[in-house]
Design a protein around this ligand. Sequence first.
Ligand SMILES: [Fe+2]
Length: 215
Amino acid sequence: MADEISKELFKKYELPRLPYNLDALEPYISKDIMDVHYNGHHKGYVTTTNKLVDRFEGVVKGSTTSYDIQGIIRGMVFNLNGHKLHSLYWNNMAPESKSEGGPGGIAGDMINKQYGSLDRFKQILFETANSLPGTGWTTLNYDVENGNLQLMTYENHFMNQIAELPIVLILDEFEHAYYLQYKNKRADYVDAWWKLINWDDVEKRLRKAINRAEK
Ligand SMILES: [Fe+2]
């Protein structure tokens, strides 16, 4: 029994490496924002998730006898999704020199077919992003059921989501993502973020989602 209790049943999460330096997205996103955002907020989500994984494991093993399971699960969903969404967000951006040219490949074709043009897509994306009440994310998701590229917003880290829609493009709209630099001008941050989109990553995520749908 002692061996069973000491054995780790649930794996821990790790803060992924940033794919560029903290100052690589300047002048659009400052080094100070990246430092607080990555080393503060994202790291915090990972640390808290791991504490909750420990706590959950204690519940499963019976070694934790006094607990609030709803509190553990709600905390887990918030922090673990915070970790996963940020991991997508970092890789979905690139220094401006790498992000020029817009989408090519399948992503470019599908955006043109479903939205008419890249300009129209950008316009609707900005309207969607700027309509988000309070805090959350704007995403472009691939629907594995019918191939729609659907713009959505996630309120907070977890509300207003649809199941089974892999994210191909993601914008963080929490105040910690822009406030140090843009203050209350969130739309200016959205404009700047557009210049940082890593379209290669969008294409890679879309192909992965399509492959998953075809299996
Ligand atoms: Fe964030």
